[in-house]
Design a protein around this ligand. Sequence first.
Ligand SMILES: C[S@@+](CC[C@H](N)C(=O)[O-])C[C@H]1O[C@@H](n2cnc3c(N)ncnc32)[C@H](O)[C@@H]1O
Length: 324
Amino acid sequence: MQASVTESPVPTATTSSLEKNRRFINAYWLRPENAFWMVLRSNALSRVPMRAPSIDLSCGDGVFSFLHAGGRFDPSFDVFEAVRDLERANTEHADVFDHVDDDYQPPIAREPDWRMDCGTDVKPSLLAKASRLGFYDRLLRQDHNERLPFENDAFQTVYCNATYWVSEVDAFLREIGRITAPGGTIVLQVKLDAIKQFTFEKHREVLGDHWLHLMGRGRLETWPGLCDRRSWERHFAAAGLDVQRADAFVTGTHAHVWDIGLRPIAPMLIKTMNSIHAHLRKEIKRDWVDLFCDLLAPFCKADLDLFTEPSEPVEMQYELTPRR
Ligand SMILES: C[S@@+](CC[C@H](N)C(=O)[O-])C[C@H]1O[C@@H](n2cnc3c(N)ncnc32)[C@H](O)[C@@H]1O
């Protein structure tokens, strides 16, 4: 049965929302299409208080949650500066962020308003990066296809924006329910397979395999749990999780723009920007960030949809409680 849902009101642009857009665009500037997606996630998440103890499952390098919590980096910092092995990315479609240097230390201009008690991820290098933010009390390497190493009822708030990366999704959801305290909140941001309607996949016959390979860089293959809204809700019910609220916050227009994005040329852009003098990089970055703050402002709104017919949402935020 489809759960009843509440669609979120759309925030209007305020000085604080523009400042927030800038913080995200500054960190993710060379992938503007990811920057606006992160803002959409953070805006949706803002309606949920992160009551302690809280956990960020699949926290990655922690930059998203740090920014979401109101943290600010010096403008010189971004997630691309620490990227090294770009050749592997070209040949193997490897995760270029899966690496950390001993001296990695993001310059923090403002501490976040609150801290996260715990973060987990399967990649040790990302956890090492997250640890340098001083934002998580505890970080643990954990594959979410396996049992989570926490007591029953351990957390008041459980957040995850990477559920669809896990193949054993039912077992993972049951574990999430187990570690959530009675009265606690689970917030899952999940992609929907409607996203495929907004890629060039449906034009494979015309564009060919090679073209789609260049454009896609293996993205969809990293999301084994991708499914439609009804299937997510069936997974939740089967895991004993009750839907308290569901918000659609990414439209087909967002997905279409994201699909084109700068993905194919990102390795060259990163290499260029990491090869030039720091002074010049800073200058280019400043102009780039200014431009994209304006260009992306409409796309940082959850209801932006330029198609004539309303499109299916491609990402949802679910607030869930464990059934006891
Ligand atoms: C798109 S990233 C999101 C990271 C972070 N939450 C953020 O918003 O920046 C997906 C994350 O899921 C992690 N991941 C993928 N498979 C995983 C698994 N089986 N167990 C735990 N983490 C996993 C990846 O290492 C990566 O950090």
